[in-house]
Design a binder for this molecule. Structure first.
Ligand code: SIN
Length: 509
């Protein structure tokens, strides 16, 4: 039977960072259900947030993260992220990772929504994720086993511990299994996510009995390019950071009276403002006419627009919000431990509480670096067990599953940017006709790839919907139109804190 010290499921930045800081100490196998480059991290245009400039301080980054997160964050996790972030990032730079620099040879620092300082590092303009993932893959080449095109279908659990994973082809045992499969953006018809991001790790963990939390908090990115009724690709918030503004059909500034930070307000607020306009049957555009050298600064975005017949020189890009990030996930402590012994989670699949109810822009690649490195350090010292070859027997699932497009349409319509009890109940009823509990308990190794995708999306959709029904307040990425009052309360507090940025005194809190 194949075995390893550590099995990592997924190949995004958090997975690779864990492997990179671990391979000298442990034997690591990485599984990816397609190719190792196919992940959200690879697609990430926006960069890595880190308080590196002289005008900045980790305390400001800390406050910005809490304001964006609507104060739902785990404050210890936030402090860890923003305090450790700069040194974890600089370690990689010393090891050869390159970020864009300005004419003075300093890091070029960009701005994005809800940041009070310019603190976003980019690589290759709008190809930051690709640069970091390529760097890590090169470092790991020949050091770890990467198994591509093989889906992990089930976790092996016995004696209250995770013993390994099952795939359609084989069974692999390990001392520790790490889930790093990203979030579940493909639950929605409009998404910025790679097509592979279908909630697999969350479904695996939930079926194995691990605690999953905060699933109701879904971040919709405000600006996806909108062509022929579809959201076709992300337009980075860095574009608004360089001065682009949202305008209505009749040329009005959409965010003018909505929030003091206007186009750079926290993402949930901007996405809702666009959604409200679109719900009235109107179009919203991103006016980029003031950005000089757009093609040079944002080559990937310019190419994407052109590929879809949108003329960048017109200065106006049609936009719509799309599902971007899951703040919830498999609940972990600050070292990646889940509630199930020997099972770990990291990156977007995990919920440390660091992002609260709405993630601050460019905090996710940073999360992968910081929490991936921390998890690797913890795993180095983890006790080892004798590998036990036990296989649990579970019944097959023989009932019909819905098409992926059906799930996406229901979730978009009923559990999207704005929800209420009626819409959530309708979605729950629709999802539950597919025998969710039987599906949870079944053996998935008999599923085809298509069935696996539908099954993972079904379980994650059900977790999002039932959690959203339970949270009877509006906060960050969870907006209940039947409970708008609390939203006003949090909004007011978030705005007051933004205005009163000086509350944060560099040098002490
Ligand atoms: C973006 O470039 O707008 C996305 C970056 C992020 O999600 O942090």
């Amino acid at each position: 039977m194949p075995q390893a010290d550590v099995i990592i499921v997924g190949s995004g930045l958090a997975a690779l960072m864990t492997a990179y800081r671990l391979y000298e100490h442990k034997n690591v196998i990485i599984f990816t259900k397609t190719k190792k480059e196919e992940s959200n991290s690879w697609l990430a245009q926006g960069g890595v947030a880190a308080a590196l400039s002289e005008q900045d301080d980790w305390r400001l980054h800390y406050e910005d993260t809490l304001i964006a997160g609507a104060y739902h964050n785990d404050e210890q996790a936030v402090e860890m992220l923003v305090r450790e972030g700069p040194s974890r990032l600089l370690e990689l730079v010393e090891e050869g990772l390159q970020f864009d620099i300005d004419e003075n040879g300093q890091f070029h620092l960009g701005n994005e929504g809800a940041h009070s300082r310019r603190r976003i590092l980019h690589a290759g303009g709008d190809q930051t994720g690709k640069a970091i993932v390529s760097f890590l893959l090169e470092k790991l080449s020949g050091k770890v086993t990467v198994i591509e095109d093989e889906s992990v279908t089930d976790l092996i659990v016995s004696g209250g511990r995770c013993l390994g994973v099952k795939t359609r082809m084989s069974v692999y045992y390990a001392n520790a299994v790490v889930l790093s499969t990203g979030g579940c953006g493909n639950v929605y018809a409009f998404t910025s996510n790679a097509r592979t991001v279908t909630g697999d790790g969350i479904a695996l963990a939930y079926r194995a009995g691990a605690v999953v939390s905060d699933m109701e908090f879904i971040q919709f990115h405000p600006t996806m390019l909108y062509v022929d009724g579809k959201a076709v690709g992300l337009i980075s918030e860095a574009v608004r950071g360089e001065g682009a503004v949202l305008v209505t059909e009749d040329g009005r500034r959409l965010m003018e009276h909505v929030h003091p930070q206007r186009d750079l307000a926290p993402r949930d607020i901007v996405a809702r403002a666009i959604h409200a306009e679109i719900t009235k049957g109107k179009r919203v555009y991103l006016d980029i006419s003031m950005i000089p050298h757009f093609h040079a600064r944002f080559p990937m975005i310019a190419a994407m627009c052109e590929a879809h017949g949108i003329d960048v020189n017109s200065g106006k890009l049609p936009v719509v919000p799309g599902a971007h990030f899951l703040m919830g996930g498999v609940q972990t402590d600050l070292l990646g431990k889940t509630s199930l012994p020997s099972l770990y989670a990291v990156g977007e699949a995990a919920c440390t509480g660091v992002h609260g109810a709405n993630r601050l822009a460019s905090n996710s690649l940073l999360e992968g670096m910081v929490f991936g490195a921390r998890l690797a350090e913890a795993l180095r010292n983890e006790r080892t067990y004798d590998i036990v070859h036990i296989l649990n027997a579970a019944p097959p699932f023989t009932k019909p599953l819905p098409a992926v497009s059906q799930i996406q349409a229901v979730m978009m319509q009923h559990v999207g940017i704005v929800r209420d009890e009626t819409s959530l109940t309708a979605a729950k009823q629709w999802l539950e006709q597919f025998s969710i509990q039987e599906l949870v308990a079944a053996d998935w190794s008999l599923f085809s790839d298509e069935q696996m995708t539908a099954a993972s999306l079904l379980i994650t959709s059900w977790l999002i919907t039932t959690s959203a029904l339970k949270r009877t307040e509006s906060r960050g990425g969870h907006y209940r139109s039947d409970y708008p009052k609390e939203e006003e309360h949090w909004k007011k507090r978030r705005i007051e804190r933004t205005k009163d940025e000086l509350l944060v005194k560099i040098g002490g809190r």
